[in-house]
Design a protein around this ligand. Structure first.
Ligand SMILES: [Mg+2]
Length: 201
């Protein structure tokens, strides 16, 4: 493997589609799709539309926008998002695992004493717990960009990770699956970026 870690002090990793291959998980959402298809299908579009906007409570802002698009009461949409997206979707991560190339990179980072942070747009603790990562793939820090009020490509999550890990943003290597979110966030923070496909999953 190319030495992606040369000159790197800390590794930051995106969760959805990077640490967790989420492709197969979507098929398992069929019970939720049957119960509330419009919420399940429209939620990701609303989240995408909120990129680049800052809001103190981004989840509430997304719920309000979704309720507006669907013409349904916000409280009802909030409950549905809580059940299908926050709870059921997160629980499906028990079926997800890191791609082997990324697992090797994380093991190498660990061997060199580097801290590892997850920088996700969404709350990641439940998903990481569901994944039950094996020893050596544990993480030191979990950053939820939504809680910071700025989804990627805003650099806030990576800057927070750098500050909390005690390194300059330029010493971070961020691994992600989307150039237009992870790649641009890394560029805006001054961090290095590695696309997950470069790790030959
Ligand atoms: Mg991703």
């Amino acid at each position: 493997m190319m030495d992606h870690l040369k000159g790197v002090a800390a590794l930051t990793i995106d969760l959805d589609g990077t640490l967790a291959d989420t492709g197969g998980l979507k098929l398992r959402m069929w019970p939720s799709l049957l119960q509330d298809p419009r919420v399940v299908l429209t939620w990701p579009k609303v989240v995408e539309a909120m990129r680049g906007r800052r809001a103190p409570d981004l989840r509430a802002a997304c719920v309000d926008e979704l309720a507006r698009r669907l013409g349904r009461p916000a409280a009802e949409v909030d409950r549905s998002v809580g059940e299908h997206i926050d709870r059921r979707w997160a629980a499906l991560y028990r079926h997800a695992a890191p791609p082997s190339g990324l697992a090797r990179l994380m093991a190498e980072a660990r061997a060199r004493g580097m801290p590892i942070a997850i920088v996700s747009d969404y709350p990641a603790l439940d998903k990481l717990e569901a994944m039950a990562l094996p020893a050596g793939q544990g993480v030191d820090l979990v950053i939820d960009c939504r809680a910071l009020g700025a989804l990627k490509p805003a650099p806030d999550g990576l800057l927070a990770a750098a500050a909390l890990l005690g390194h300059r943003p330029g010493a971070l290597l961020h691994v992600g699956d989307r150039w237009e979110t992870d790649g641009l966030a890394a560029a805006a923070a001054g961090a290095r970026f590695l696309h997950i496909d470069a790790l030959h999953r």
